[in-house]
Design a protein around this ligand. Sequence first.
Ligand SMILES: Nc1ncnc2c1ncn2[C@@H]1O[C@H](COP(=O)(O)OP(=O)(O)OP(=O)(O)O)[C@@H](O)[C@H]1O
Length: 595
Amino acid sequence: MLKLLLPGLQILRQALGRQMRLLPVVVVFGLIGAVLEGTGIGLIIPMLSIIGGQKDQTGLGGFSALFQQVGSGLDDQQRLMAIAACILALITLKNILAFTNTALTNFIYGKAGHAIRSALADQLLKIGYPFFLKESPGRLLNIISNESWRASDAIQTVLGAIVNASAAIILLTFLLLLSWQMTFCVTIGLILIQIAHAVLSSTLRMPSRDVTSFNNELASRMLHLVHAGRLIRAFGQEAREKAIFDGASNAVRKASFILQTRQGALPPLTEVMHSALFLAVVVSAWAWGVSFPIIVAFVVLLYRLQPHVRALQQAWSQVLGWSGSLEEVRWLLDSTGKPRPPSGNEPAHGLHGEIKFDGVSFKYPGSASRPTVLRSASFEIRHGRSTAIVGRSGAGKTTIVNLLCRFVEPDEGNILIDGSLLHRMDPAQWRNRIALASQDLELVDGTILENIAYGQSASLAEAERAARLAEAHEFIEKLPDGYETIVGYRGASLSAGQRQRIALARALVRDPDILILDEATNAMDGLSEAAIVETLKSRAGRRTTIVISHHRSTISFCDDVVILSGGRVRNQTSFAAVASLSMDQLYEHEVLEKH
Ligand SMILES: Nc1ncnc2c1ncn2[C@@H]1O[C@H](COP(=O)(O)OP(=O)(O)OP(=O)(O)O)[C@@H](O)[C@H]1O
């Protein structure tokens, strides 16, 4: 039984933490409720004896005789009334306990659901960035939005199963006390039914996994429809996309139908088996000459036991039906084999001398045949200067930024900050020294002010100052709500150039030691860009700037240039030495120089 509920219990333990101490309360309430129920049913024995005029108590021994003595000093009418009142009181008390248990399990269920979602969010925030480079966003979305709810439902089912198991144990004990022979037969029958149920339930695992995997695919298609709305319309792909989406949705429907049909077949089958057992016990009891009140009490107890046993079996098949969901949630929560976040506890004091890439090689995680993106790259970025990193598309420029921000770590070689190893530094402290404005860093769905002050406690005045430096203040002021304008999902209500200016203001408001601009101004008009270049020049000597761009004008203010080609650093020189060259000449220049 425990093995059956194991997936749910494991997640329950993980999700609940300190709330686990409430579980014994649920069990105790369940047990007391069942004792009350069993006692109430036991009181039927003297009740029926009075109604049937059986003053003679022969044949009733042990436990049954105990019930027969209830109110024995009273006359029949008073006794009948007293027993009826007792039964009603017991039923009332039992139902109060049942309600309390329902409230308690709902509370635990809510806490568990919240704890699972919170643990998933925590894991997504803590996990090493390379994880996001290889995992499908659709799968992750499906786990958070779909499977986590099923995992919470499984937990509720497990809680219900605990209550039902407690009740079943107590009711079986009452049965045992009434007649061990009949209880023996019932237990054998229940075990046989359970075996049949377990065999049938085991066929649920595969369809459950199918449902989960088709749900992952469907979530990916949903994400695609949301993100690629413009692309789909621009290329007239509505019909094709609709067909693909419908295919994914239909696959979920089919897999769910198979799972639900198999699950749905189990309760009727077990009901038939339970009824057969029930009737067999009644007929056998009559054949063994068991007294009428005991048969009635036994049958009522058995009748009350059935829903608990059936609920337990249903819990079994439900948890198995959710096994795919539980596996997905467990997979995401389990840190084994997943990229670890960057570590290190040496303080990051900022940059005073130079950043040195020393023989750095790097491949993105994925298949073994993935290409090497950086090969023994060695170069320096000096404090207080502006360094351009240039190279053809795919040369590895953004990868250098990823390494510098410790989103990924070198496979070989070292990055040194003023001679200290970057990978030993506290990553949070180090990132605090950096501000990144990149074409890939989206805006958050909030106001312009919230976007500029993101991660900072910047005042409106500070945000305005940064916006002026980023050439954004003028257009923001013209918006009806100014700095309070909502930018929409990923800044959808702004132009690409406006988004870039806000992203630049967000980086500048931190007044970072190291400012990294990765294609951060490529959507801006020439005048805005020229003004921003002037802003960046004013940081010279005080702060370090790294600029990645394919535009000659953007890197025109730089002091140094690092030229990349095919993942190798082919040249590092002062910008003055190559100032007369166009970008294409710059790329070719280094290749020619090498030959
Ligand atoms: N997440 C990733 N997984 C696998 N390979 C990647 C990933 N990101 C980049 N690459 C590969 O790494 C190489 C370098 O990419 P990178 O983004 O650093 O180039 P880049 O010089 O910045 O190019 P661009 O000028 O086009 O932005 C490319 O060949 C690219 O295909």
